[in-house]
Ligand binder design. Structure first.
Ligand code: FES
Length: 252
């Protein structure tokens, strides 16, 4: 690995080098370092907006290299079963390799700035609760309002939304261990992307690394036009991985 080429986003820390994901040119994601792989289920608050994550299944990630489905067609999701070789899909990585906040729009309020790069939206909708994050940031002064902003931005799995605290002069990022979650969104009856947390390096099929970030979402439905990242297309194409959503069915 060429360390010089790895850039780390402000507010993020790079995971130990043993953890990384390699994107294959026309096949799966290869996961190295045995990070935890589990299922997280988006759960609503009392008004029906996305609010928290509920833990679901745990998957065996103990092998030195685990292949996760990227085309959306495996019958053994979240793992690859070779289906990508026999189905029609476009595996090309079309995302920019620029740091995502360089192209973000800024929404400035009295205490915080919200940075938003819509292209990376994973359509998880944590930003909609209690009046929408773009409105809340423009008025937030109290600790309660600031906590609401941290909750909503911090739950954005894609890191599309990032908060800058003007008083502390730092980017807010929730602490994550290097891990991967398979997202489920029963509120709209779809399965979501792979949520990659804790600064795991992601290497393109061309050998270059994307900017390392505390949280990103990788497309696993095969339909994003911002690959390898999710752009919410799983919601419109009604992607379903067929996995049960019950904690008690854990495969240890
Ligand atoms: S998983 Fe979100 S666009 Fe494919």
């Amino acid at each position: 690995m060429d360390k010089k080429q790895v850039t780390v986003a402000e507010g993020s820390k790079q995971a130990p080098e043993k953890y990384y994901i390699q994107i294959t040119e026309d096949g799966p994601y290869l996961v190295y370092g045995s990070p935890t792989i589990d299922q997280e289920i988006i759960a609503p608050n009392e008004e029906g907006s996305s609010w928290e994550y509920r833990k679901g299944l745990k998957f065996d990630s103990s092998s030195a290299c685990v292949a996760l489905c990227r085309c959306g067609h495996s019958k053994n999701k979240p793992f690859c079963d070779g289906a990508h070789k026999h189905v029609q899909w476009d595996p090309r990585e079309t995302s920019s390799m620029r740091p995502i906040l360089e192209d973000a729009e800024a929404f400035e309020g009295p205490s915080m700035v919200l940075l938003d790069n819509e292209k990376y939206c994973a359509f998880a909708r944590f930003c909609d609760a209690y009046g929408r994050i773009w409105n809340i940031v423009q008025r937030a002064r109290t600790e309660e309002e600031k906590e609401l902003l941290r909750h909503e931005a911090g739950h954005c799995p894609a890191g599309r939304l990032v908060l800058y605290d003007k008083e502390k002069k730092e980017v807010y990022e929730p602490p994550f261990e290097p891990s991967i979650s398979v997202l489920e969104d029963p509120g709209i009856k779809v399965s979501g992307p792979l949520w990659v947390k804790g600064g795991i390096r992601i290497e393109s099929a061309n050998g270059k690394s994307y900017e390392t970030r505390n949280r990103v979402t990788l497309c696993r439905c095969g339909a994003s036009d911002n690959k390898p990242f999710c752009n919410g297309a799983h919601a419109s194409m009604k992607f379903q991985d067929g996995l049960p959503l019950a904690e008690e069915k854990n495969k240890e």
